[in-house]
Design a protein around this ligand. Structure first.
Ligand code: NAD
Length: 494
């Protein structure tokens, strides 16, 4: 794939409401983070479009979609997955153009997971079973109790830019599988793959109103208006913790159901008994995958003191071997920040780290290319040491290719330091001591702990965070629980 692959992508991105594409007079630019060029103009939804989308979703949910069997809905989800598969290269081009990530990542992670999300929830809903209890009372009466699931109604999906199709479909797929209709808003930074998904929905003939797409910004714009709409029954959101807080306030009056997957300040813990090479490779991936723009990336690394110096040296060497640059150049491993604005935020932390007393082991600046990529949003992969645990660079989410490495001396000490965080999303632990691995994993206050692994996801398992990282769990039956209402039917049989 090269830059010319972008040519196939739409230059005008529109909403998809009630089965048709709809435009707006007001538009905004979708800017390439690779070279600052304008990729497309995007329609900005006004309140009227948001309202039309929610009404269409409500009609469809009360009409054809709400009447379908779980089997029929599962068949539709497989058709959506097939439709993405047919246009696999277009989706890859969209993700690469909007985010600047390497083509290999877009192929193996983003688009592959987009397809897997639809197939997984299709199969889960098709094979799901209900709870059933036989109940007898002390005076001899007998009952059976069973549980049925009903859709919530209209679900508002609001997603971020860092894994556009993956995170968008992670919520759209289970919502549809459980019989809801959706109004979905992708991030204003990455609107293209969601638009291609709307084309797939249209091309496979999904009933009008089942899936609606609105483009636009968040606060005081399409995102906020969606959360405040009276006919939305639930909001599922992935993004920053402070946005989650704003959405919580917006939905409070309507007492709407919410599911939040928010920010993180994740730790990696490397014990001296770990397989050294595997741990270095694992921390390299967990710190720098997607240029550090994965909510699960580790920005805090704790290494047991006997191997600390050796570990930092090995991580430095591998980090300096990363190839930062355009995704259209062969060999690139690390793309840009999503935008100039986000690059400014990351660079402000690079500056702050020095002011807080960090030793910059590598990076800390902006790479120079001598071509159009100098207009892109690139930063150097960066490693710091020497900061205290309460430094802002060690406590606040940066969301860039950066980690701080600190030594530790004892197991209970490192568990305490890992848990001493406002966030609780993910952690990874590297050790060859089985008992210690399990013992430490159970004590860490995060939604997921990887042992000698990172970023592996079985979509049937619960996913989510504690503290500022959100609440509720999605994945497998946890998604089915969030996207449906349970009714207990109690029947007297004797
Ligand atoms: P963001 O919160 O700025 O934006 C996310 C979405 O919310 C966008 O679509 C945006 O338009 C919308 N939005 C913004 N303000 C809104 C408001 N007031 N009302 C309604 N919608 C609003 O997040 P981002 O910068 O796009 O994404 C990066 C963040 O997402 C990081 O904090 C990262 O850790 C987090 N994240 C978490 C997970 C997870 O699973 N926990 C996964 C990926 C990303």
């Amino acid at each position: 794939m090269n830059a010319s692959s972008q040519a196939a992508l739409p230059k005008r991105l529109r909403h998809f409401v009630d089965g048709d594409f709809a435009d707006s007079d007001q538009t905004f630019a979708n800017i390439s983070p690779v070279d600052g060029s304008e990729l497309s103009r995007v329609a900005e939804a006004d309140m009227r479009i948001v309202d039309a989308a929610v009404r269409a979703a409500k009609r469809a949910q009360r009409g054809p979609w709400g009447q379908l069997s779980a089997q029929a809905r599962a068949d539709w989800l497989h058709k959506i997955a097939d439709g993405i598969q047919v246009r696999f290269d277009d989706f890859v081009a969209a993700e690469v153009a909007d985010t600047g990530r390497p083509v290999s990542q877009a192929r193996s992670l983003d688009v592959a997971r987009g397809i897997a999300n639809f197939r997984t929830f299709a199969d889960l809903v098709r094979t799901s079973h209900s709870e059933f209890f036989e109940t007898s009372t002390s005076d001899g009466r007998e009952f059976i109790n069973y549980v049925t699931r009903k859709p919530l109604g209209v679900v508002g999906v609001i997603s971020p830019w860092n894994l556009p199709l993956l995170l968008f479909s992670w919520k759209v797929a289970p919502a549809l599988a459980m019989g809801n209709c959706v109004v979905a808003k992708p991030s204003e930074e990455t609107p293209t793959s969601a638009t291609l998904l709307a084309e797939v929905m249209r091309d496979i003939g999904l009933p009008a109103g089942v899936f609606n797409l609105i483009h636009g910004h968040g606060a005081n714009a399409a995102g906020e208006w969606l959360t405040r709409h009276a006919d939305i029954d639930a909001i599922t959101f992935t993004g920053e913790s402070k946005t989650g807080s704003a959405i919580m306030k917006a939905v409070a009056d309507g007492v709407k159901n919410v599911s939040f997957e928010l920010g993180g300040k994740n730790a990696a813990v490397v014990f001296a008994d770990a397989d050294f090479d595997q741990a270095v490779e694992g921390v390299l991936r967990s710190s720098f995958t997607n240029a550090g723009q994965v909510c699960l990336c580790s920005e805090r690394v704790y290494v047991e003191r006997p191997i600390f110096e050796r570990f930092v040296a090995a991580l430095k060497e591998k980090t300096e071997a990363l190839e930062v640059g355009s995704p259209y150049e062969p060999g690139t491993t690390t793309g840009p920040m999503i935008s100039q604005q986000h690059r400014d935020k990351v660079l402000s932390y690079f500056k702050l780290a020095v002011a807080e007393g960090a030793t910059v082991v590598t990076g800390g600046g902006v790479p120079a290319f001598g071509d159009a990529n100098d207009n892109g949003a690139f930063v150097e992969p960066t490693i710091w040491t020497g900061l205290p645990d309460d430094a802002r660079c060690v406590t606040e989410e940066i969301f860039g290719p950066v980690c701080h490495v600190a030594p530790f001396d004892a197991e209970d000490e490192v568990v305490r330091r890992v848990n001493d965080s406002a966030y609780g999303l993910a952690a990874s632990v590297w050790t060859s001591n089985l008992q210690r691995g399990h013992r430490v994993a159970r004590q860490i206050e995060t939604g997921i702990v990887w042992l000698n692994a990172w970023f592996e996801r079985d979509l049937r398992t619960p996913f989510g965070g504690t503290k500022l990282s959100g609440f509720g769990r999605e994945g497998g039956r946890h998604s089915m629980d969030f996207y449906s209402e349970l009714t207990n039917v109690c029947v007297r049989i004797a």
